[in-house]
Ligand binder design. Sequence first.
Ligand code: FPP
Length: 227
Amino acid sequence: MSNIARHVAIIMDGNGRWAQERGLKRVKGHERGAETVRSVTTFASNHPEIEVLTLYAFSTENWKRPKMEVDFLMRLLNRYLKNEMNTYIKHQIRFETIGDLSRFPAALQNQISLMKERTKEFKRLTQVLALNYGSQDEIARAAKSLCEAKKEISVKSLQESIESSKFGPVDILVRTGGDQRLSNFLLWQSAYAELFFTQTLWPDFNPDELETIISQFKQRTRRFGGI
Ligand code: FPP
């Protein structure tokens, strides 16, 4: 039986370089990147296999960027969520997040809650945005909570305590922008993920390239540690 692309996760990298190559400000790359988020999400919602699409939108390390860029990303996210509400409803996409939202501006937090509430019954696709997300932090927090509750630490108990585990194991992990690393993204859930690295910068990525990646994924042999 061929591999099923149930959970696709993407590290969206290369926005800044896309803009710089065109003599534009880095934030213009993020703006174009938001358009790619829209087209890839709509594609995923119409794909027969994809149930979960997790996108790395803001890492715990991204706070180190200049304040102006961080503020721009916050506003862009807020605007995106407001503008896209109808798209999520039309395509029956449930919106979810992973990561610690408490550091985000209140208006953005409210918009995120509203989007989650309005889309919570939808089953066609779950789009998970990783926001202020870091995998090591999440695994450490899960271990700490088990210790505090005096529970045994095992693969099963950790699995149940890690926030993002509820979206299931990653089947396909894509990183755009040419680098070949995981950058603290979904480390636990990607234990047996098939990895794909593309030179394409995120604003240039499109559903056709994702379709090609899915076809290649179908050709791979997944042994999950067996023979
Ligand atoms: C990495 O590119 C991208 C980010 C840190 C932010 C991702 C944000 C978006 C795709 C747009 C907004 C998201 C949503 C969900 C609407 P980079 O800036 O590190 O690029 P570089 O490596 O070329 O500098």
